[in-house]
Write a protein that binds this ligand. Structure first.
Ligand code: PEP
Ligand code: MN
Length: 281
């Protein structure tokens, strides 16, 4: 049963604030998310090769992306699926940053990899599967890197806020929340994008809230519409998967946009963000 609202307010002293509290701005290498800054985070689901990553990085940079996201350590449902390049993938991401100047967002799966991942990541992603992993949350709460927490497909808004509170309590209050779809009875999309919760979060927390339409939809043809809707509902950014040749992707091919598709949607999103008085961060 859901806890009474007032009790949760007491449980969330760091991530909720009085109404009207200014939105926190999270910065990484000069790029910003939150307040009047809208983040355009883009990149491949997984780092597969140097060539694929650099090609994507240059394409999204040219289209106006503010951060490059790619997975080196990949959480996969099947143990037989591509698990990511690990350390080699992190080295590729560093090269992509060197060439484009874009800050890197990449996922941390295991506290044992924290030091290594933090050397490369400008923003550490905690994936949807790990939102409930309190040891991992504690560990990223102790590092000097912004943390992007993705909402679990079965997690409530309050559980997401409690995950953020767990990080903040350790001292790291540079946190971005990400809605990426929840499990519902609807089988036609991979998950159900919960934009209502984004509107709610924007009222309940000062932390920036971004939206991942790619994992929510699971199919590329729906991504532009959901991304525009995310900007319109008041999200502080979007996280979009982009691959130069999605049909060859080793993970999440059906939902990844081609570079030119991302460029088109980036323009539309920027227009919606401007309408709400924001600028691309
Ligand atoms: C990802 O971001 O590539 C990913 C695996 O997504 P999620 O954690 O939202 O499932
Ligand atoms: Mn993915």
């Amino acid at each position: 049963m859901a806890a009474p609202r007032e009790l949760l307010k007491d449980a969330l002293p760091l991530v909720t604030g009085d109404a009207g509290l200014e939105s926190t701005v999270i910065e990484a290498r000069g790029r910003r998310i939150g307040g009047t800054y809208f983040g355009l985070v883009a990149g491949p689901c997984a780092v597969e090769t140097l060539e694929q990553t650099l090609e994507t990085a240059h394409a999204v940079a040219e289209a106006g992306a503010t951060m490059l996201r790619g997975g080196a350590y990949k959480p996969r449902t099947s143990p037989y699926s591509f698990q990511g390049l690990g350390s080699e993938g992190l080295a590729i991401l560093r090269e992509a940053r060197e060439e484009t100047g874009l800050p890197i967002v990449t996922e941390l799966l295991d506290p044992r990899d924290l030091e290594e991942v933090a050397e490369t990541a400008d923003v550490i992603q905690i994936g949807a599967r790990n939102m409930h992993n309190s040891r991992l949350l504690t560990e990223v709460g102790r590092v000097d890197r912004p943390v992007l927490i993705k909402r679990g497909p079965g997690a409530s808004v309050d559980e997401l806020l409690l995950a953020a509170e767990s990080v903040a309590k350790e001292g790291n209050e540079r946190i971005v929340l990400c809605e990426r779809g929840i499990k519902t009875f609807e089988p036609r999309t991979r998950y159900t994008l919960d934009l209502g919760s984004v509107a709610l979060l924007k009222r309940e927390t000062h932390l920036p809230v971004i939206v991942d339409p790619s994992h929510a939809a699971g199919r590329r043809d729906l991504v532009p519409a959901l991304a525009r809707a995310a900007a319109a509902v008041g999200a502080d950014g979007v996280l979009v998967e982009v691959h130069p040749r999605p049909e060859e992707a080793l993970s999440d091919g059906p939902q990844q946009l081609r570079a030119e598709e991302f460029a088109a949607v980036a323009e539309e999103i920027a227009a919606v963000a401007r309408l709400l008085g924001k600028q691309i961060g």
